[in-house]
Design a binder for this molecule. Structure first.
Ligand code: ADP
Ligand code: MG
Length: 728
């Protein structure tokens, strides 16, 4: 039979197996099956460490039957067979009702698959699937290494193993598999051919085989990924944009004159970089990374001013209404009369700053949209609402996306499409991005970094408050907070939940109240809630202080009013959800107490504490948890408390979040192009692949001579883009 990578599995395996594979594992074609790599390999005498199995896990183990006992059940009719399997390293019980155990007899080897359960403190499988390895079975089972595949209830590991064998037999080997990697690249990096690598990964004879094969298969993933990104960069570079040169005597000069501080070295340098890029008729695509508090906003504002001076409009996209409103307010304040062109006290040489969010009343929205459409609003600040139909710009010249991690590529594209020609794009993020992530998830952007914080910052000290171990520390925490308030400062108390349980559904869609990492290991009680905590504090440890609450379920006007009151120091303590996470800027706030800190992710905590590192006074961040410090989560909190190096924390974050979350469905065992590549371990490979990809696309013929590679790229670009790029 002529088999190709695109052959439907039903033609090779038969309809029934093919259907099960498609439905439960999304494996449809020969390519899908061959790219479905074993998760690990079992060896006889090396049973999966039973201690490592978690109740609830679905696993496949290779083991030998050591004992079989059958007895009548006492409370109901029928028999119960208990089979003990093990291999000296450990033992496990298999339980079968009514002789559904085939011919399991002492001494037999087999693969056993099922969900790990627990009975009288011993791990067990209740009626697992199994496959016995008998003498007359084909040579498959005589192999030293038995592949264990990501499997499902309907398609077990050994069915996949047999299917690969069937395919091999039907096609007469993997010779039909065309190698997408150019030969000279393979030679230069000492990589085996794809057919050889596939054979070794599916049917290895030694662990060395496996290692070589995996190295090569990772190359496929890394190169394809980088080609997609390089293609995006090239396409972007070829787009015709509009140059927005600097014009003296306009808004930009006014901004510079109005700044109450002098720019840091970094702000100045990045500013020059941006100014030069805006002056080109090729649209800028730049990622600005800068620690929390490094002063990205003013860098963006200066770029926006340059564009307005050149006759264009600039849009600033923020992830929450609170933040959008704050930006609009501070920009308007900084520009003064220059932000009120057309108004009585406005400067006719200026422009208008317009806020456009989902919660505007119809009339206000109409007015805002009109100002955007006729160009009188030079600076437009908003949330997702900016992306909606019906928002038309007269001449959109620059899009600034603040705090990128809440926006995906698609949204960036939607906004870009609103320009007559592609506008310049500046993406800003405070979440430090490890190099590998910058090269993958953000690989289509050039990068600038603000390393330095403005001088005169007090910085922030953090500690963990383990309330179960040291209950007195929490009292001390509230005392510290009161001391700060007595000294004229303000504080935040952050909780993971709003409370008064209306479901998440009635949250303002613009707000992100939910912590990015839901509950820890086994959640016994619901996370602490803003409303409850605020009440408890007002009557207890913080009695007498001026408390206010802030969360995503409040009406926008109420939120706005609360933020204003806090900024105006009419409120001492703001009890809030993570709505305060991004960008909220009240330099007088110096204390942050995070309740149930274990419910938050690492980068989220880092963001949060950035809120109290903004002024000249030293900030204090207390991470309150009921978990012991020795737990994994406790240690993660200790890591957050012990360093303020965002890049170090980004690494901790990547480790704890499992890369699957970052690079898409990589770990789920489902169909995905990125399966083996690891953001933590393959930094070098990713960098080399990036260089190779850029070089390949830089040649005159591009991928024209590499149809196999072009096909892989096309496949990734269409069906994977959404999955892995959106996960950012
Ligand atoms: P982030 O990079 O986290 O968005 P912001 O742009 O909000 O930081 O800036 C944080 C604070 O630092 C703001 O109050 C801003 O006015 C102030 N700031 C920015 N640049 C400087 C500077 N060069 N010197 C002193 N303060 C600055
Ligand atoms: Mg900011």
């Amino acid at each position: 039979m002529a088999v190709t990578l695109d052959t439907d599995l039903s033609r090779v395996l038969g309809a029934k197996t093919a259907k099960a594979m498609a439905e439960s594992l999304e494996l449809r074609t020969v390519r899908d099956l061959l790219r479905h790599y074993p998760r690990r390999y079992a060896r006889r005498g090396e049973m999966t460490r039973l201690d490592d199995l978690q109740v609830g896990d679905r696993v496949t183990v290779l083991a030998q039957v050591t004992r079989v006992t059958t007895r009548r059940m006492r409370n109901r009719p029928g028999t119960l067979t208990e089979v003990t399997v093990g291999d000296g390293a450990g033992e496990m019980q298999l339980v079968f009702f009514n002789r559904k155990h085939g011919n399991l007899s002492q001494g037999a080897w087999g693969l056993f698959a099922g969900t790990v359960g627990e009975y009288r403190r011993a791990k067990q499988f209740a009626h697992p699937d199994f496959h016995l390895i008998s003498g007359d079975d084909d040579e498959d089972w005589a192999r030293a290494l038995i592949p264990i595949y990501p499997a499902s209830k309907d398609v077990s590991s050994w069915v996949i193993q047999k299917s690969v064998k069937l395919l091999l037999d039907a096609a007469g080997g993997f010779g039909f598999v065309e190698d997408p990697l150019p030969e000279d690249l393979r030679t230069r990096h000492g990589l085996p051919s794809l057919p050889a690598a596939l054979l070794d990964v599916h049917r290895p004879t030694s662990s060395d085989d496996v290692e070589h094969a995996r190295e090569r298969l990772k190359w496929d993933e890394a190169l394809t990924l980088q080609l997609v990104l390089a293609a995006r960069r090239r396409a972007a570079a070829l787009e015709p944009g509009t140059a927005r040169p600097r014009r003296p005597g306009g808004l930009l000069d006014a901004v510079d004159a109005a700044l109450p501080f002098s720019l840091t070295e970094g702000q100045r340098a990045v500013g020059e970089e941006l100014a030069a890029e805006l002056d080109r008729d090729q649209p800028m695509h730049r990622l600005l990374q800068g620690e929390v508090g490094s002063g990205k906003t003013v860098v963006a504002l200066r770029a926006m001013a340059q564009v307005v001076d050149a006759g264009g409009q600039a849009a600033l996209l923020a992830p929450t209404e609170v933040l959008a409103a704050q930006h609009a307010r501070s920009i308007a304040a900084m520009l003064g009369p220059l932000a009120r062109a057309g108004e009585l006290d406005g400067d006719p040489a200026g422009t208008r700053v317009v806020l456009l969010t989902g919660s505007l009343k119809a009339a206000a929205r109409r007015e805002a949209r009109a100002a955007v459409a006729d160009g009188s609003a030079g600076i437009v600040v908003g949330t997702h609402a900016l992306l909606q139909e019906g928002v038309d710009f007269a001449d959109l010249g620059l899009v600034v996306v603040d705090e990128q991690h809440r926006f995906g590529v698609e949204q960036r594209d939607a906004l870009r499409a609103k320009g007559n020609r592609p506008p310049h794009v500046l993406v800003m993020t405070a979440t430090p991005i490890p190099r590998t992530v910058a090269m993958t998830v953000y690989g289509d952007l050039e990068t600038s970094v603000l390393r330095q914080l403005p001088s005169g910052r007090g910085g922030v000290a953090s500690s963990v408050v383990p309330v179960s171990d040291k209950p007195a520390w929490l009292d001390r925490a509230w005392e510290r907070l009161r001391e700060e308030v007595a000294a004229g400062r303000q504080a935040y108390v952050v909780c993971p939940r709003i409370g008064d349980d209306a479901g998440a559904s009635d949250d303002d869609p613009d707000e992100a109240d939910a912590p990015e990492e839901p509950a820890g290991e086994d959640d016994k009680r619901p996370p602490l809630a803003v409303l409850d905590v605020a009440e408890g504090l007002a009557e207890g440890p913080l009695a007498g202080l001026r408390l206010a609450v802030l969360h995503g379920r409040m009406a926008p006007e109420a939120k706005e009013a609360t933020m204003r009151a806090f900024a105006a120091r009419e409120v001492d303590v703001l009890v809030a959800t993570t709505v305060v996470e991004v960008g909220v800027d009240v330099p007088n706030a110096t204390v942050m107490v995070v309740m149930d800190a274990d419910r938050f992710g690492v980068s989220q905590l880092h963001q949060l504490r950035g809120r109290v590192a903004r002024g000249a006074h030293r900030g204090l961040c207390l991470l309150v948890t009921e978990l012991p410090l020795t737990s994994a989560t406790g240690q993660r909190l200790t890591a957050v408390a012990s360093t303020s190096d965002g890049f170090e924390l980004a690494r901790v974050d990547l480790e704890t979040r499992r890369e699957g979350d970052v690079l898409g469905a990589a770990q789920s065992g489902r169909r995905s192009t990125v399966k083996l590549l690891s953001l933590l371990e393959d930094e070098e490979l990713i960098a080399v692949a990036r260089a190779e990809a850029t070089a390949l696309l830089g040649t005159e013929r591009g991928l024209a001579d590499h149809p196999g590679l072009a096909a892989e790229v096309a496949a990734l670009a269409t069906d994977e883009r959404a999955t892995y790029l959106e996960k950012a």
